[in-house]
Ligand binder design. Structure first.
Ligand code: FES
Ligand code: FES
Length: 353
């Protein structure tokens, strides 16, 4: 598994670090200010009251934003609004559209940065509290990053920055203007049409590794980071590598199938036609059982559940029960044998004898 620093798993906290003096002197603004300023359209309480009541300090947005109420008592939608003090600037879609402005004219909480996104440098003025997702979606008009939870929990927004999977909802755009290479799912495709799909994209499609698709862009980017660092991951390593991504539709098995299929194709260029991995045919009869002794006893009997979770990822393994010293495996001999089960124990970090 790749080093997790800054990974999707470890984006649950905002970046913290010494800030320039001008940042420490910036006006205090609430999270609501930030959300309203970024045009996220969720300042519902104030909006329902008939307008946006944004608490402000000097140099911070004071202009009420236009709102649209769909119907009485119904859902309320705030019209997208530009970030504070950026209203006069055009949307920045690339270097050619960058709007020159003297640095001194920017408020303390704004920065002009050049983001290298999918190989293209894009000049944009950002609020220092603005996420990469907000910048790419709301200012640059890109759709490569999806938003799920907006709080570093689901991984739907995963991008790859300098080779590492990172939550786009929780990394500040203002900190990404120092030449970091930001990759969204849009960077994967190599050409037009189906033939131009990256093996990971083709694999998710062929293996049906999605349902509603909300999580898919994030899963693809975490898979890309994983397969770049480890071209031959085990099933367990795939599960670990994608552990920062949540699929509410529960398509994990097909997602893991897709990563395995993509890994196989990426190891054997030119791309081989993928074989659809479907569910195994139903078994008849009863599964076999085998018992193993742990080389290192588990901390307590309860940890046998974790062993079970790791082993059932292996095709043919039905389940694992037992206690801190002994594991009893139920399995289908036509799919997996005892040597493969021993190896699966070892790969999962629970060697047996
Ligand atoms: S982790 Fe970023 S949207 Fe959920
Ligand atoms: S496909 Fe719906 S959340 Fe993953």
């Amino acid at each position: 598994m790749p080093d997790n620093d800054g990974s999707a798993n470890e984006q649950s906290t905002q970046p913290v670090g010494a800030e320039p003096a001008e940042e420490s002197a910036r006006p205090v603004v609430t999270r609501r200010d930030f959300i309203a300023g970024a045009g996220l359209g969720v300042a519902a309480t104030a909006i329902v009251a008939g307008g946006v009541a944004v608490a402000t300090r000097q140099n911070v947005q004071t202009t009420p934003q236009p709102v649209v109420q769909t119907n009485a008592g119904g859902a309320v939608v705030q019209a997208p609004a530009p970030a504070p003090n950026v209203a006069a600037q055009p949307q920045t879609q690339g270097q050619s559209q960058a709007q020159p402005q003297a640095q001194g004219a920017l408020p303390l909480h704004m920065r002009r940065v050049t983001l290298n996104i999918d190989g293209i440098n894009r000049d944009v003025v950002v609020d220092v509290r603005e996420s990469l997702w907000a910048t790419t979606t709301q200012k640059l008009g890109l759709n490569g990053i999806n938003l799920g939870c907006d709080r570093a929990q689901c991984g739907a927004c995963t991008v790859v920055i300098d080779g590492r999977a990172v939550n786009g909802c929780s990394v500040y755009s203002a900190r990404l203007g120092r030449g970091q290479k930001i990759q969204t799912v849009a960077s994967l495709q190599t050409g037009p049409g189906v033939e131009g799909l990256h093996p990971i994209q083709r694999a998710f499609w062929m293996q049906g590794g999605f349902q509603c698709g909300i999580c898919t862009r994030g899963f693809m980017m975490s898979s890309y980071a994983l397969l770049t660092a480890n071209p031959s991951p085990t099933r367990q390593q795939i599960a670990e590598g994608l552990s920062g991504n949540i699929c509410r539709c529960g398509e994990y098995v097909k997602v893991y199938d897709a990563v395995e299929a993509a890994a196989a194709e990426m190891k054997n260029p030119p791309a081989q036609p993928q074989v659809l991995i479907g569910p195994p045919p139903p078994h008849t009869g009863n599964p076999a059982t085998a018992s193993y002794q742990f080389v290192n006893p588990l901390g307590s009997d309860e940890f046998i559940g974790e062993v079970n979770n790791a082993l059932v990822l292996i095709d043919g393994v039905n389940g694992v029960s037992g206690n801190a010293t002994t594991a009893t495996v139920s399995y289908w001999p036509d799919q997996v044998n005892e040597d493969q089960i021993r190896k699966a124990f070892s790969d999962a970090g629970y060697p047996v004898k």
